[in-house]
Design a protein around this ligand. Sequence first.
Ligand code: HDD
Length: 710
Amino acid sequence: MDHQKDTQSNLENVKNEQLEQFRADHKNTKLTTNQGVTVSDTENSLKAGERGPTIMEDFHFREKMMHFDHERIPERVVHARGFGVHGHFQVYESMKKYTKAKFLQDPSVKTPVFVRFSTVVGSRGSADTVRDVRGFATKFFTEDGNYDLVGNNMPVFFIQDGIKFPDLVHAIKPEPDNEIPQASAAHDTFWDFVVNNTETAHMIMWLLSDRGIPRSFRMMEGFGVHTFRFVNEQGKGTFVKFHWKPKLGVHSLTWDEAQKIAGKDPDFHRRDLWDAVNQTMFPEFELGVQLLAEEDEFKFNFDILDATKIWPEELIPVKIIGKMTLDRNQDNFFAETEQVAFHTGNVVPGIDFTNDPLLQGRLFSYQDTQLLRLGGPNFHEIPINRPIAPIHNNQRDGFHRMTIDKGKVSYHRNSLQQNSPTPDPVNGYTHYTEKVEGYKIRNRSDSFNDHYTQATLFWNSMSETEKKHIIKAFHFEVGNVKNKTIKQKVVEMFNNVDGELATQIAQGIGVQPPATPKQPTVKASSPALSQMQTIKSAQSRKVAILANDGFNLNELIQLQSALKSAGVQSDIISKYLGTIKSTDGQEVEVNKNYATAHSVMYDAVCVVGGQQSVNELMNLFEAKSFINDAFVHLKPIAAINEGVDLLSNTEIKNIHLATGQEGQDQSIEDKGIVTVRNTTDLTTFNEKFIQAVASHRHWIREEQDGKISG
Ligand code: HDD
């Protein structure tokens, strides 16, 4: 028993050890062909004479070129751009009452996981920060086999039935005649789809909200979207919806920032995740479940099988049941992120499906798509996809078969092998015995017909700031549509969500406001939908420190050490790379210059004092534009002593800045401008700055100073 316990708790390492068998380290080795023959020269092909033609018998040349020519596989038809990371999951308390899923029983068991975050629409090489849904797919390597929770960062979906997925994707992907635009929904075919398929209304509200432009993969929620089913030992089912809740809270970029980052650092999100894990700032997500007794299936004004609906958390609370920690970067992007194959149909005993028609469609699509992408039916043998549970069956052969199946028997039932491998009716997966009866019809239940109630609920739940962002997002997305009729139809469609919203959309896109703006009948709101009340933390945020030769070393040291103890990262940014000298001649390494860094890559900025340093910054256009952008993007901005003078030379000049003692006008700090003069002890200043960093954005600036962040 103890031994069993031991192996269970160490499950975490089992996947890693399995992967280890396939890892190759080529350091200090001799170059060989794929046949293991040592190569003498890989720079010159074999030729007939020094200036003659290449000879066919050059097997090394042919093998090297053949392999290279076939290095690419088809990208995923959706979610092509993604990034993976390893980790583990632990349940807080046994969920035995609801499910027999092994990985949800014992809090001491660490179940290995591999997570792939992704965007949906763009190609593999597209930018990370585009407006889009983010994929959040988790593979749990459990003792009972692989369980895949293939979710998104939004809890609803565009369509209600899987059969419409190809239509949706054709509409949102670049238009087929010219393959424009890349990684964007801002074009005619998508909005034509929207207005002709009004079940999209709720999802559009999410997509055009700040959720569409997350600050980090580490700062977004994840949702299983569908209603799934937990099944316990007694065979009793409970409806369940899955949630991932980030410990760092839910935070977003501003639109202007997202667009700029797409150019400055298209790898912004993957870099952020990779760096955080390398620096042991391990992202954590709590797993939450909404549970609904089967008897209560019809108690709501929405159909629980409709994937365009949420279960408002105020109606059905989210119970937090465990935590996932992402703590190990992949070794090889292609082998792991590119070859991982998720499938909604990968479930373990204790987790089952429902009749949600979107889920039913997915159950076919995922396995099917891997056949093309991964070239045959043996993709489960690729190291990243292998379960840690043993595999025994009569499936054989096919492209790239790795397993050497011994013996003559590959059929069931048999006597030559005592009928093994043997099905296990007791412990094997048994599908939930739901009673299903009906006529074969192509139809949709009337209970799926309400397309607007929850879209309005979402709108009602937004803060004024969030509402402004949604309207601006409509102006951009629909503003890029060329066809006026489609634009007008967008206004008419969203008049069903809220008349004021529709009127404001119309204003920005050059069409008529609705003739009769509708007063929404839905008055309810769900506070959990707004990002305003989310967790605020300075942990792992990034601060840019601006300094040049002649900076104040004492200030820099105090600032850096306070940031470090608060878990905040910082970079020194200067005119040139290399080192800068303090007033007392100490040299400090510069991390970035203005060519390699921009304020959009940081969460906050601080100017340290030192007259000579600040004088130089005053004459540096890039330094001022760095601060101006941080200001427009509502980020915390701080300055120490002479550094405050630089702020007076930027957009911030209109805000009254510290002129004398510490502890100035509170309203300035509310606006995220933290300054201090005439002091050498920065303790209080540092505390205030770190608090400002934790608050993420200072929306009040947007409201009061008209600095709309985009
Ligand atoms: Fe899907 C990939 C999430 C609806 C068909 N989907 C894919 C990935 C995620 C999702 C996260 C990327 C997995 C990875 O990282 O490799 N998809 C969703 C969610 C949906 C959804 C949350 C709605 C609730 N998907 C959906 C439908 C269909 C598909 C309705 C088809 C009927 N999805 C696919 C696919 C993909 C895919 C074509 C492309 C690559 C892959 O599967 O492995 O099969």
